[in-house]
Every structure is written in C-alpha cells, then in structure tokens.
Design a protein around this ligand. Structure first.
Ligand SMILES: Nc1ncnc2c1ncn2[C@@H]1O[C@H](COP(=O)(O)OP(=O)(O)O)[C@@H](O)[C@H]1O
Ligand SMILES: [Mg+2]
Length: 285
C-alpha cells in the first residue's frame, strides 16, 4: 500500500508518541508487549488502546499473537516517522508519487528546496537470508531486526553519496532520517529502459565513473543496467547501499562482476564488445 500524505498528516501528537516509543522498544523486543508500551508511554489503558487502534487501522502498526502478544511498527510506520521528521526539519515540503519500487526499497518523488527523490530502505526479515549474503556489513547476530538493517542500509547509501558526489555522477545527497535517504531527483530512466544513440560514449562515461569511485574508495557491488540512469545525455550511477572499499578481500571479483554486468548489457543490446579484463585493469590501474 503506497504511503499517503493525508494519513501522515492526520497523525496526532499522541499517535506519534506511541510510534516513537514502539520504535525505541523494538531494540529490545521483536514484538513489544502491551505492558511495556503502557509503562513507557505513561498512557492510560484506554488511551493506549485508542491510539493503537488508530495506528493499526492506518496500517502503521501491527499486532501479533505469536510468538507472544505484542505490537510492532511495520515499514509504513517507520517510513512515516522518517517523513514526519524530515518535514519538521524543513527538508521536505511535499510527498509526491511513487517512482520506483525495487527489491529492498521504495522511491518517492518529493519537494524540498528542489525536486528530490526519497528512497525508503526496506531491508526485510523475509528476505534476510538472501540479503545477508551480499550485505556482510550487517551486525553478526541472527535477530538483527529489519528496522536496524533498513536504517543501516540508508546510512550506507548516504555515506556513499556523500563520499562520491560531485566527482562521480551520483545523485547529490540532501538528508537522511532513519531508513530514508533524500537525494536530488534524477530525470530520465534506467539503462534497461533506454535506447542510446551513442552507446560507446555512454559506456566510457560509466567506466570513468567506476574508476573515479574506485579512486575515492568505493566499489558499487550491485552495478548493472538497472542501476544506471540516463538523465538526458548524463549518466547517473544510483543504488549504493552495498558498496565496498577497494580493500575488501574480494574487491577484484566484485569489480569484475559490476563491470561484467554493464559490458554484457552493452553487448546484448548494442553489439558492443569490450574486453572485461582490459576494462577492469583500466579501473584499478
Ligand atoms: N535519485 C533518483 N531520482 C530518480 N529516480 C530514482 C532515484 N533513485 C532511485 N530512483 C528510481 O527508483 C528505482 C529504485 O531505486 P534503487 O536505488 O535502484 O533501489 P533498489 O535497491 O530498490 O533497486 C530506480 O530504478 C529508479 O527508477
Ligand atoms: Mg536498483
């Protein structure tokens, strides 16, 4: 269910207090027991029941009976807290339409001082096993919650954009709160949805971006035609949460995989053939 600005605006201070308390207690509980929530909010039983009813009805909080009775924020609840915070800081003035939905994020258009993209990281419990494999920065205990993982993913991405912008063509970072990264809105579409007039030049620009990023200390680690956008004639490399440094023990293989994905796309779509080893050497050399 997409987030609605109306729902976000309709929340009252007491609703938000319940949500923030839940968020805090979720560091200790996967499902927060009613009694703990009651103690922490200092609300009466009826007030708390009323607030929880409103939040559950709006799809921001969930109640489960198993493994024991308790309450938890869901992604929409975390997203809402982040968007409220960004709004009250003045970073965000309006929430626009949903523009992208990936494996581990949803991206909205919005308005800050200029048009922005708001990427809400949703690193899930359900997909945790598969996530784990290529995200070895996650803390090493099995019940690391989706909430922490999503926040960490946002921090990682914001860190990369801060490191790389403006020397590498990436979206300019604007702000971060919880699992939400606010960045410049890129016009256009990802490579898989474009037909390029001059694919050779564009491929050179992508490789140059990968090279500069490498020099600055970042290897993308999920590069492909789905994570390169064309803003008119300009290349923009997006989607950085899983980046690694050149000191990573598998750095060379990761770089080969990134560049291999891109070269394979240009071969398939434009019959352009480049030698992978040569391109990788040009990046690390
Ligand atoms: N800065 C941006 N400006 C415009 N659209 C964006 C921006 N960042 C992401 N998108 C859109 O959202 C989609 C998903 O974003 P991405 O960062 O690739 O996340 P995921 O990990 O979910 O693939 C992209 O394919 C793109 O269409
Ligand atoms: Mg992507």
């Amino acid at each position: 269910m997409p987030l609605s600005a109306e729902v976000i605006r309709s929340l009252q201070p007491y609703d938000l207090r319940v949500m923030r308390t839940l968020e805090r207690l979720m560091h200790r509980f996967e499902w927060v027991p009613l009694d703990d929530l009651k103690t922490a909010t200092r609300f009466s039983g009826s007030e708390l029941a009323y607030r929880l009813g409103r939040l559950i009805g709006r799809g921001l909080v969930r109640y489960e009976k198993v493994p024991y009775e308790g309450y938890t924020l869901v992604y929409a609840g975390l997203d809402t807290l982040a968007l409220r915070a960004l709004t009250s800081r003045g970073t965000l003035r309006a929430l626009g339409t949903l523009t992208g939905e990936g494996k581990e994020s949803v991206v909205y258009e919005g308005l800050g001082l200029a048009p922005v993209a708001i990427k809400l990281h949703h690193v899930g419990q359900r997909s945790f096993q598969s996530v784990r494999r290529n995200r070895d920065y996650l803390p090493d205990h099995t019940n690391s919650s989706w909430l922490q993982a999503s926040r960490l993913s946002a921090e990682r991405e914001f860190g990369a954009l801060t490191l790389l912008h403006p020397r590498v063509p990436v979206p300019a970072p604007v702000a971060i709160d919880r699992n939400a990264v606010v960045m410049d809105l890129v016009g256009g579409a990802t490579l898989n949805r474009c037909r390029l007039d001059d694919p050779g030049t564009i491929l050179d620009e992508i490789v140059a971006g990968v090279r500069t990023a490498y020099r600055l200390g970042a290897i993308h680690n999920d590069l492909s035609e789905f994570n390169v956008m064309m803003d008119g004639e300009r290349v923009v490399l997006i989607d950085w949460p899983q980046w690694v440094t050149p000191e990573h023990p598998n750095a060379r293989a990761i770089l080969e995989n990134d560049l291999g994905n891109v070269l394979a796309h240009f071969t398939r779509k434009y019959r352009l053939n480049r030698d992978l080893d040569g391109v990788v050497d040009s990046v690390v050399g």
